[in-house]
Design a protein around this ligand. Structure first.
Ligand code: 13P
Ligand code: 13P
Ligand code: MG
Ligand code: MG
Length: 362
């Protein structure tokens, strides 16, 4: 039996700014998906990272299935109505169109989906981030699937020894390329280090099975104006032919800088936190990521392990807070501030327009 795992997410409104969605919205989403359990869905899990609602669903309809996307869209729509009633901030923020045509791609929500033949003990890890963008996963995906200093299995495990394939998207140029590791590691790094242009969309085993998929939708490019950051999600398979869970989560023990903090216009550290602590507050951050590890049998999900709640990520949080202090000291200066092409806030062009006539030739 082939199982599909779909993680579809959207910011449909949040309490007290961009901090967190409401429990009532999460309850509404759970109720909507519960009605489809045993029908459209095999199983589901609803959570949030900051102000982003995350619908994790298992089913047999395949990727890009109209009925699954409709269910997610209708759930977000109803949630956005409730957000309006509750007076939540940015109600319906990521629902960019009223004309749903069978697929949420290009409509605002972020999507990552994978279909595969289940292994006897299937492990699915869901990463969900707030106040950042899809390319924030470039560095950790490289570490998980291509860096033997992170993933011992690349050296020790014959099933991983051949390496992996990376599908890289040029998110500005609407094109993609597939690169093999370890053979083309340096070519891969030459691209994915440019996080404003390239994002890793999928990783495959050399034999073709899907290993990881990330949401790479760029909300502001769809809307043509600033409407919030893309706040990505990602699914990764673990163990038996894939990196071990411990190898997959290890890259987040060493915080790194990513784009997307405050107004989508600042660089900051990504901080791994427990589900309950995904409440980006200071300067709307620092950017957060949560990680839930599930076992799955015939599409039925176990209770997840809240991976980043573990004490072994305490140092990462402390370091991320220190990195946040350093960055915040720069105030409106780069490198805290992103370069103009990367900034998501659109007020800067207006300021520049006002000053334009006062510039004199040197
Ligand atoms: P086991 O020998 O317990 O399967 O462990 C292998 C492994 O995945 C270690 O990370
Ligand atoms: P979100 O993309 O999470 O809604 O954040 C918007 C923002 O401007 C935060 O400062
Ligand atoms: Mg928001
Ligand atoms: Mg968000």
């Amino acid at each position: 039996m082939k199982t599909t795992v779909s993680l579809i997410k959207a910011d449909i409104g949040s309490i007290g700014g961009h901090i967190r969605t409401s429990d009532e919205i999460l309850d509404l989403c759970k109720k909507k998906l519960q009605e489809e359990k045993g029908k459209l869905l095999i199983d589901f899990y609803v959570t949030r990272c900051g102000d982003d609602v995350e619908l994790l669903m298992t089913h047999e309809s395949g990727v890009d299935a109209k009925e699954i996307h409709s269910l997610a869209w209708d759930t977000f729509k109803e949630g956005a109505e409730l957000a309006k009633e509750q007076g939540l901030y940015g109600a319906g923020q990521d629902l960019l169109s009223d004309a749903f045509s069978g697929n949420v791609r290009g409509m605002g929500p972020g999507i990552c989906e994978m279909e595969f033949e289940e292994r006897p003990a299937e492990v699915i890890i869901a990463f969900m981030a707030d106040k950042t963008e899809a390319s924030a996963f470039n560095l950790p995906l490289y570490e998980m699937f291509a860096n033997p200093f992170n993933t011992a299995g690349l050296v020790l495990d014959p099933k991983l020894h051949d390496g992996f394939k990376f599908e890289v998207h040029d998110v500005k140029g609407s094109r993609k390329i597939i690169l093999d590791t370890p053979e083309e590691s340096y070519d891969l790094l030459a691209l994915i280090g440019l996080t404003d242009i390239y994002a890793v969309k999928r990783v495959y085993r050399k034999s073709g099975e899907i290993s990881a998929v990330a949401s790479t939708e760029k909300v502001n490019m769809i809307a043509g104006r600033y409407v919030g950051k893309d706040d990505p999600a990602m699914l990764v398979r673990a163990q038996s032919g894939y990196p071990a869970t411990g190898e997959i989560v290890n890259p987040f023990a060493r915080p790194f800088f990513i784009a997307g903090w405050m107004r989508g216009s600042h660089r900051g550290p990504i901080m791994p936190v427990a589900e309950k602590d995904a409440n980006p507050s200071r300067f709307d951050g620092p950017p957060r990521i949560i990680c839930l590890s599930f076992s799955m049998k015939n599409g039925v999900l176990s209770t997840p392990v809240d991976v980043f709640s573990d004490v072994s990520f305490d140092n990462a949080r402390r370091q991320a807070n220190e990195m946040a202090d350093y960055m915040r000291r720069h105030g409106p200066f780069q490198p805290h501030l992103l370069p103009p092409g990367e900034m998501e806030y659109t007020t800067l062009p207006e300021v520049m327009k006002k000053l334009e006539s006062r510039f004199e030739k040197l």
